[in-house]
Design a protein around this ligand. Structure first.
Ligand code: KIV
Length: 276
C-alpha cells in the first residue's frame, strides 16, 4: 500500500462506505510516534485495550481503566492526522447499562477527540450500540473471541470451529449491524464462518484471525513487529524488532561501561570566550 496522501481525517462514515470495496487497513497504536508511522499507511488506528498486555504487562485486558485508554488515545490523536482513531472501551466502563456506556463513550470522544469507540459483545450489547449510535457515538463492535470475557471463557480459543456455534455467532454479527455499529471486528473466528458473516451483513467486517475475505484486517502492532514475546497463530510477523532492540541495548550498556559513549560528538564544549 502506498503512503496515504489526503490530509483530511477519515470518519466512521468513510469506513462504513468501504463495505465490499478496497480492504480497510487497521493497526493498533498507543503512542504518538508509532501512530505517526501507522497514519501514513493505515485507514484506521485502534487504541486497543491490548495496551494492558503490551504496555503494562497484564495477563488480560480486564484491569485496563478508562483513564489509561483516554491517556493513550490522546497521544495517538496527537501523532496522527489522517487515520480514523478508534478507542476501545475498557472492561467495566460500558456493560452495566446503556447510560453508563454513554457517559464513558462521551468522555472518550470529548477528552481524546477520536472518531469512534469500540466495545466487545454481540447480541447482548445491541441495545447499547443502538443507544450510543443514536446519540452521536460511532461504534465499532467486536465479536467472536472477546478477550474481556476471559474470566467466563476460561481461555483464548478460536470461535465457530464447531458448526453448532455458527447460529449464535451469526446472530451476534446481525445484531450489531442492525443496532447501528459502523463496522465490526471479527476476532479468531473460523475462516468459513468469517467469510459467511462478511457477505451476509451490511457493515464492514475487520478480521483478526478470521478471513482474507473480511472487508479489512487489524493486528496488534507489537505482535506484527516481532516485539511481543509470544503472539497468537493468526499473527504474521512483518518485522523482528525484539532482537534488534536487544542488540542495541546490549551495545549501549557495553559502551557506557567502557566509557566509549558518550563520544566527543555527543557532549557540549564551552562557548568560546569573547575576545578582550
Ligand atoms: O485491543 C485490541 O488491540 C483489539 C484488537 C485485538 C482487535 O481489540
Amino acid at each position: 500500500m502506498s503512503v496515504q496522501s489526503e490530509s483530511k481525517r477519515l470518519t466512521a462514515a468513510d469506513l462504513r462506505a468501504r463495505k465490499g470495496g478496497e480492504p480497510i487497513v487497521m493497526l493498533t497504536s498507543y503512542h504518538a510516534h508509532t501512530a505517526a508511522l501507522a497514519d501514513r499507511y493505515c485507514d484506521s488506528i485502534l487504541v486497543g485495550d491490548s495496551l494492558g498486555n503490551v504496555m503494562h504487562g497484564f495477563e488480560t485486558t480486564v484491569p485496563v481503566t478508562l483513564e489509561m485508554m483516554i491517556l493513550q488515545g490522546r497521544a495517538v490523536m496527537r501523532g496522527s492526522k489522517r487515520a480514523l482513531v478508534v478507542v476501545d472501551m475498557p472492561f467495566g466502563s460500558y456493560e452495566a447499562s446503556k447510560e453508563q456506556a454513554f457517559h464513558a463513550a462521551a468522555r472518550i470522544l470529548k477528552e481524546t477527540h477520536c472518531g469512534a469507540v469500540k466495545l466487545e459483545g454481540g447480541e447482548r450489547m445491541a441495545e447499547t450500540i443502538a443507544f450510543l449510535s443514536q446519540r452521536g457515538v460511532p461504534v465499532m463492535a467486536h465479536i467472536g473471541l472477546t478477550p474481556q470475557a476471559i474470566n467466563v471463557l476460561g481461555s483464548f480459543r478460536a470461535q465457530g470451529r464447531d458448526e453448532a456455534d455458527w447460529p449464535r455467532l451469526e446472530a451476534d454479527a446481525r445484531a450489531v449491524a442492525d443496532a447501528g455499529a459502523f463496522s465490526v471486528v471479527v476476532e479468531a473466528v473460523a475462516e468459513p464462518l468469517a467469510r459467511r458473516i462478511t457477505v451476509s451483513i451490511a457493515i464492514p467486517t475487520i478480521g483478526i484471525g478470521a478471513s482474507a475475505a473480511c472487508d479489512g484486517q487489524v493486528l496488534v502492532m507489537e505482535d506484527m513487529l516481532g516485539l511481543s514475546p509470544k503472539a497468537p497463530k493468526f499473527v504474521k510477523r512483518y518485522g523482528n524488532l525484539g532482537p534488534s532492540i536487544e542488540a542495541a541495548i546490549q551495545d549501549y550498556a557495553a559502551e557506557v561501561r567502557s566509557r566509549a559513549f558518550p563520544g566527543p560528538e555527543h557532549v557540549y564544549g564551552m562557548k568560546p570566550k569573547p575576545k578582550a
